[in-house]
Design a protein around this ligand. Structure first.
Ligand SMILES: Cc1cc2nc3c(=O)[nH]c(=O)nc-3n(C[C@H](O)[C@H](O)[C@H](O)COP(=O)(O)O)c2cc1C
Length: 287
């Protein structure tokens, strides 16, 4: 299988990325994974202000994968600009770097991008649209085409780099939301983010925040269908398939459904060398 590809104007050595929030800002994984084997990496969220995140426990395992409520903990754009992104650039990885951006207003998303865009440490942005829009009563940005258009349009105005809009699997019409993102200037979409979920230990919620996001194997079929539906309706949009990937066979399913690239999250948390093995299996035509 020929693995190198050009997507949204960027050259990827292979289609396998690390998913946002599961690889930190790359440096955290040096020594435990060979990041140079991957197609790229999506950073942990970056917001305008530093965020401490939600109450512990922030993760809980269950039979189908895991629940997390990290709460977008991150050091904020000033630190990411001064420390995390230069640290990642110093690794001189052959793959592409996408910075995951979050905000609670459209202006915050655009400001984060504006404050990073003169750096040469990264290649593009992934907009996490599963954030509550505080200017619209807390409904997530990705749930409403007008909010999507507002965020993506504000970001498009401040960068020429590729923009990927990351959408929740819990939306009734994912292709309509992907279309709104494209019309506002997105180059692609990342499908999917975590699925809302909750688990109890006796009468006590297992997450400090009460509820969180489901990731891992439980999400595989959901992510594949989201990719398929968007590909059927939007033939030329770049798609990063995310959710439940653990093997080269899982990657092939996403590519068959219409993804151009994939990202591995939870499976790499449990075993940091799994993503590079998936690349090796794809190269050999195994898995
Ligand atoms: C611990 C954890 C933190 C995450 N943080 C982010 C984040 O900061 N931004 C984001 O867009 N997605 C985040 N995600 C979602 C993942 O990028 C991915 O979309 C999701 O976990 C599904 O992929 P997986 O089943 O391979 O984990 C996070 C997921 C996990 C498990």
């Amino acid at each position: 299988m020929r693995l190198a590809r050009e997507v949204a104007g960027l050259r990827f050595p292979n289609p396998v990325l690390l998913a946002s929030g599961t690889a930190g800002y790359g440096v955290e994984l040096t020594g435990v994974a060979d990041l140079a084997r991957l197609g790229g990496l999506v950073t942990k969220a970056v917001s305008r202000e530093p965020r401490a995140g939600n109450a512990a426990p922030r993760v809980a395992e269950f039979a189908g994968g895991m629940l997390n409520s990290v709460g977008l903990a991150n050091p904020g754009v000033a630190s990411v600009r001064e420390r995390e992104l230069p640290g990642l650039a110093a690794l001189r990885l052959p793959g592409r770097i996408l910075v995951n951006v979050v905000g609670f207003t459209r202006e915050e998303y655009a400001e984060v991008i504006q404050r990073l865009d003169d750096l040469e440490d990264h290649d593009g942005y992934e907009l996490n649209l599963s954030c509550p829009n505080t200017s619209a009563g807390g409904v997530e940005f990705g749930a409403d085409p007008q909010s999507i258009a507002a965020v993506v349009g504000s970001c498009r105005a401040v960068t020429r780099r590729p923009l990927f809009a990351k959408l929740s699997p819990a939306l009734p019409d994912i292709p309509a939301m992907a279309r709104a993102a494209r019309e506002a200037g997105a180059d692609g979409v990342s499908l999917v983010n975590t699925m809302p979920g909750m688990a109890f230990d006796g009468t006590r919620p297992r997450l400090g925040n009460g509820f969180g996001g489901v990731s891992g194997p439980a999400l595989l079929a959901t992510g594949i269908l989201a990719v398929r539906r968007v590909r059927e309706r939007l033939g030329d949009l770049a798609i990063i398939g995310v959710g439940g990937i653990r093997s080269a066979a899982d990657v092939r399913q996403y590519l068959t459904a219409g993804a151009d690239l994939v990202a591995i999250g939870t499976a790499g948390l449990a075993d940091p060398r799994l993503p590079e093995r998936v690349v090796a299996d794809l190269e050999r035509g195994h898995g």
